[in-house]
Design a protein around this ligand. Sequence first.
Ligand SMILES: C[S@@+](CC[C@H](N)C(=O)[O-])C[C@H]1O[C@@H](n2cnc3c(N)ncnc32)[C@H](O)[C@@H]1O
Length: 231
Amino acid sequence: MSDRPHYGIDAPPLPFVLGAAGAACALAALRLPAARTPLALAGAVLLAGAGVYFHTTLRGKFRVWDEILDGTGLRGDERLLDMGCGRGAVLIAAARRLPRGRAVGVDLWSFDQSGNRPDATLANAAAAGVADRVEVQTGDMTALPFPDASFDVVTSAMAIHNIPSAEGRRHALDEAVRVLRPGGRLVIADPAPFTRRYAAHLGQGTPRGLGPRYWYSGPWVAASLLRAVKS
Ligand SMILES: C[S@@+](CC[C@H](N)C(=O)[O-])C[C@H]1O[C@@H](n2cnc3c(N)ncnc32)[C@H](O)[C@@H]1O
């Protein structure tokens, strides 16, 4: 077993496609003097986008979530649900802050993260030393397999927007609220246009941008944070 967690790459083909397209543009710029400037510019933007993407998925999002969770004011004994937990980037960061609590992840294990499997998440929890307080369940966040009011906090990172329909995304939000106890907190990171719609559906919260450390290639796919409280 690996001695440290490995969290994979989000939407794995994308940064490689960006990098390959950037390299192709750079090579073409060398061979086509007539179009050198636009090709070189396109190559630079695409290669920089691939670099930003890799930084976000391998490092930046972890730093951002450390700050988000530190700013969530956890006591350490909460039950937290991470919807679309994947290999556990947020689930395990939360579990580290819940020495007397429980961190539960739910996911369908899609290809939206490389090596996405429940045993990979549990191996990461073991490598991080939090296996005793982490569990994962296979399930759809639009129909959560948990009773009403069974969590103090629900988190979700770059997952709800993957649900193809607006109706499905609203179901996921309603499910998050259903499983929260009154006064429980909802903490969602998703691309900005989505979090604005979530705030409108929930009737509360003001999304805020999370900065370049959470850009998937550039500001055109920027994560933003929405916090809400169940009344
Ligand atoms: C980009 S990954 C993010 C994983 C993790 N939250 C992170 O930040 O590293 C999106 C995750 O959402 C999951 N997902 C997508 N739709 C889902 C659904 N309807 N129910 C549960 N999980 C879902 C995918 O399987 C994938 O693991």
